[in-house]
Design a protein around this ligand. Sequence first.
Ligand code: 4AD
Ligand code: MG
Length: 432
Amino acid sequence: MKEISIIDAKNHVDEKVKIGVWLTNKRSSGKIAFLQLRDGTAFFQGIVVKSNVSEEVFQLAKNVKQESSLYVIGTIHEDKRSPFGYEIEIEDLEVVGESGDYPITPKEHGTDFLMDHRHLWLRSKRQFATLKVRNEIIRATYEFFAKEGFIKIDSPILTGSAPEGTTELFHTEYFEKDAYLSQSGQLYAEAGAMAFGKVFTFGPTFRAEKSKTRRHLIEFWMVEPEMAFTHQEQSLEVQEKYVAYLVQSVLDHCDYELDILGRDKEILKRYTQLPYPRISYDDAVELLNESGKFNVTWGEDFGSPEETYLAEHFSKPVFVMNYPKAIKPFYMKPHPTRDDVVICADLLAPEGYGEIIGGSERATDTDYLTAEIEKAGLNVDDYQWYIDLRRYGSVPHSGFGLGLERAVTWITGESHIREAIPFPRLLNRIYP
Ligand code: 4AD
Ligand code: MG
């Protein structure tokens, strides 16, 4: 007899199989027990008919507790009523690991309680679906960049640099020296681009942000491509192609998960249509103020209501280009004819998900960079290696960073970013 996974049930209709599962829920009458089962690949139903099994097996089925692990042996049947489409008629079952009183019952629980039990909550259907989509987005990221001729390089997590400002740094000791947890792999990706042409980094990044919103994590994962001989306009083309590729990959490979999540696939299909609209920061301010809903002063950063309005206006992700220099990091390329804006863009996602990408062309002038590093309150000595990249064969280069969990939250339609990572680090949470 073959041992299979639930996801492969469709290939074993009317066959007798064995599956290792956990029990998520059950109901039974005097004559029949319905066991809701999962094995990490999918969820489906097992049926135990009293008259078809031994008394011992039927009693086991009636009494087995939620989240016990089992081997079930039985025959796969089509089940047109269930969204999964198949079920197993059980002949025999064996308890592998008994379960105590599982804390997460089918009734409603508060978020704090569930977050305290995140190590168990991961087993639930919605969490399963969201994290499967996360996995698909990571897989598709490696596939996309490999197809486009990028190589992956790894940036360090312990660093001496602060690309994204000094206020949000996690400080630590590095023997006798100071060190920080990486805010971004970008500066190292730039070194990589000068060595390999097109690279991307992908790793955890840290922001000691005192933000408690549904879009902010303290520890999040970022995909950071960097391209030599590339101006900002070419970088925007890579960005939109990449995001559309992620959405298409999820549509192609996560149909089951999107159904569990109740995500509207027609909306997602719209996001695969390129190009994405582009609007300047200047015009975005005007658009916001003309709506009568906002009163934005030129020079301010947009908050989440402004970002939501802009992306909803276009009903597609939208690039907002060339923000004021004063609100952006030191490394962005200055505008050729204006000294108040830099050559950059944020990609804002519709449906209220906000900024999913931040990127720019990079400054190449050594004097300009040195001055900007000083203005940012950083020690220029710590950045000599970075300025070296301009001293030896400097080229126009551009790159961007996609916040993985922002992208996952948006594509899955989840309402909070904590769902997009297995063990979220939030302002008041480092457990479990
Ligand atoms: O806009 P950010 O800060 O840009 C950078 O770090 C650049 N060095 C990227 C680059 O050009 N290589 O961050 C990039 C993205 C944001 O658009 C957002 O999606 C995500 O990272 N992000 C966060 N995600 C979750 N929680 C937070 N606290 C985040 N901060 C940024
Ligand atoms: Mg940003």
